[in-house]
Design a protein around this ligand. Structure first.
Ligand code: SF4
Length: 332
């Protein structure tokens, strides 16, 4: 028996029940796959439901105003994903009349669709023999074959794609999803559950006890750290916010007032005066941390109540403005 057959048999019994499972609609698959990039399935589920209810078709997404789109994405992070998703929807509507192309090559020409997403859509929606090589596939294959190549390199991805393509068989969409489920449920990054793995008879790492050595993730660069003082200025159930610049990290989203560095008590007082906020009572200081792809924000959060008044350059949060998770956590 080929390892792909064993994997499919396991999938038929153990597949996860997920709201996007069973969908053959390329749009629904696109939305779920983009949301699942860098986000766990459990966290994606409520977002996916809300998003599909608000924007059920590729045409609805193509016509959605940016601020509403970012609000639907609020808390999911990596907001460029939402913008790319909309650009992709616009291209599908403009170039293909709202019907997705079916081959991975054509799908990859659309904005924001890389080899993995193209493979997932082509295989799941259209039954094409296209591998969808993500971190799960790379981890499983590296362990199966005790392959020490750096999985962060494109060459390694291309090599596994070429290896899997002729092995996709009759059920390519299911095979790709089986890899995803095996990677999420059994062949875990830190402590793989080899005793319950259907691929155990095929696995070199299991035979030699070398699971911890694979995959090779190359040299990890340390993330840059930034210190920030964030002001959570509250009046009633609202907070002072402003729109971030159009370029750079979290562009176009909203933010709480903030200053670089961890300010001293005097500097906090001076910053509040400069801001034009009139505190009522003492302020409280908390610490929060937020990890982005290349940077970690270490935040000193100054929480205070203030008189509700106009503050030049700022507005009071109404609930409709998209606030990124880094700032939402300062309000909790
Ligand atoms: S036997 Fe263990 S290491 Fe090998 S694929 Fe299965 S879970 Fe991963």
């Amino acid at each position: 028996m080929e390892f792909t057959q064993a994997l499919l048999q396991w999938y038929d019994e153990h597949r996860r029940t997920l709201p996007w499972r069973g969908a053959r609609d390329a749009y629904a698959i696109l939305v779920s796959e983009i949301m699942l990039q860098q986000t766990r399935a459990a966290a994606v589920i409520p977002y996916y439901g809300r998003f599909m209810a608000a924007l059920p078709t590729v045409e609805a997404l193509a016509a959605c105003p940016e601020e509403r789109l970012l609000k639907l994405w609020e808390g999911l992070g990596y907001y460029s994903r939402a913008r790319n998703l909309k650009r992709c929807a616009q291209a599908v509507v403009a170039q293909y009349g709202g019907r997705f192309p079916q081959t991975p090559e054509k799908l990859r020409e659309l904005p924001g669709i890389g080899p993995y997403t193209a493979g997932a859509i082509a295989s799941i929606a259209f039954g094409q023999p296209a591998p969808a090589v993500d971190g799960n596939v790379l981890r499983v294959m590296a362990r199966l074959q005790e392959d020490g190549a750096d999985v962060t390199s494109q060459r390694t991805r291309d090599r596994w794609t070429a290896y899997l393509e002729p092995r996709m068989g009759e059920r390519p969409g299911d095979l790709n999803q089986a890899f995803m489920d095996l990677g999420s449920l059994v062949c875990l990054p830190k402590a793989p559950l080899c005793d319950s793995c259907p691929l155990r008879p095929f696995c070199g790492a299991n035979a030699h006890g070398t699971q911890a050595e694979y995959p090779n993730r190359g040299e990890k660069k340390a993330k840059r750290q930034e210190l920030l003082t964030v002001f959570a200025v509250q009046s009633g159930d609202s907070f002072l916010i402003r729109r971030r610049p159009e370029k750079g990290l979290l562009s176009g989203l909203y933010e709480l007032p903030n200053r670089p560095g961890h300010l001293t008590q005097e500097e906090i007082g001076a910053a509040l005066t400069e801001l034009g906020a009139r505190p009522i009572g003492p302020w409280q200081i908390l610490t929060r941390e937020h990890i982005f792809t290349h940077v970690i924000w270490r935040m000193q959060v100054v929480r205070l109540t203030a008189e509700r008044q106009e503050v030049p350059g700022y507005a009071w949060y109404t609930g409709a403005e998209p606030l990124p998770e880094a700032f939402l956590k300062c309000l909790r």
